[in-house]
Design a protein around this ligand. Structure first.
Ligand code: SAH
Ligand code: MG
Length: 200
């Protein structure tokens, strides 16, 4: 088995053991295909955790560069170790920071948002300026384990508020004048967000 495949399996086990909420396999595969179909070379991810999805995206092609931001130091350190172990450090740039508190000037072909689920409106407003002209944004956990749409019946206040925020985000992103929002039932629910273009 090659080094990268081996590392991916090892990270899946680590995530399971340590309760790290990594992306579901089908969602990952969908995004990997998207990376291919739009020929994304410069990618930004918010929410690295241990670098699992980051490494899966980087493994699509040797000429992909990916920057990923994580605010939890312990997870960030684990991600750095994982990326170094497979010699991806020349094209995977990991940043320890709160994504809402730093400013990136680069433009990206693809921005994947998998960080705090209640902050997606803020992430969208801040990072839409970092999209290339034909760039797209993908948000994960749009179904939040099947709870989205059922927030009224959730007993716990914190969970109810979080799920409400995802419901509000879905409405918000659906009525943007300059962007299309496409919801797909893959993994835990993805939202594909593309800028409308003037073609006439
Ligand atoms: N994308 C990863 C999983 C990310 S889990 C994978 O599929 O492998 C979500 C991560 O986002 C958590 O580790 C959390 O610490 C991080 N996070 C949440 N809010 C953030 C913020 N504002 N800035 C940076 N990271 C954030
Ligand atoms: Mg996720």
């Amino acid at each position: 088995m090659n080094m990268v495949t081996n590392k991916i399996l090892e990270m899946e086990e680590y995530a399971e053991k340590n309760d790290i909420p990594i992306m579901q396999k089908s969602g990952l595969e969908y995004i990997q295909r998207k990376i291919n179909s739009i020929n994304a070379k410069n990618i930004l991810e918010l929410g690295t955790a241990i670098g699992y999805s980051t490494i899966c995206f980087a493994s699509v092609s040797d000429d992909i560069k990916i920057t990923s931001i994580e605010r939890n130091e312990e997870r960030y350190k684990e991600a750095v170790k994982n990326v170094n172990d497979i010699n991806y450090n020349d094209r995977v740039n990991l940043i320890l920071a709160d994504a809402l508190e730093i400013d990136l000037t680069d433009k990206y072909d693809l921005i994947i948002i998998d960080a705090a689920k209640g902050k997606n409106i803020d992430f969208f407003n801040k990072y839409k300026n970092n999209l290339n002209k034909n760039g797209i944004m993908i948000f994960d956990n749009m179904n939040f384990h099947g709870l989205v749409g059922k927030s009224d019946s959730i007993k716990g206040k914190n969970l109810r508020n979080l799920v409400r925020k995802i419901e509000i985000f879905r409405e918000f992103i659906s009525v943007q004048e300059d962007y299309y929002a496409l919801f797909i039932e893959v993994g835990d629910g993805l939202c594909i967000c593309e800028r409308k273009k003037d073609i006439l």
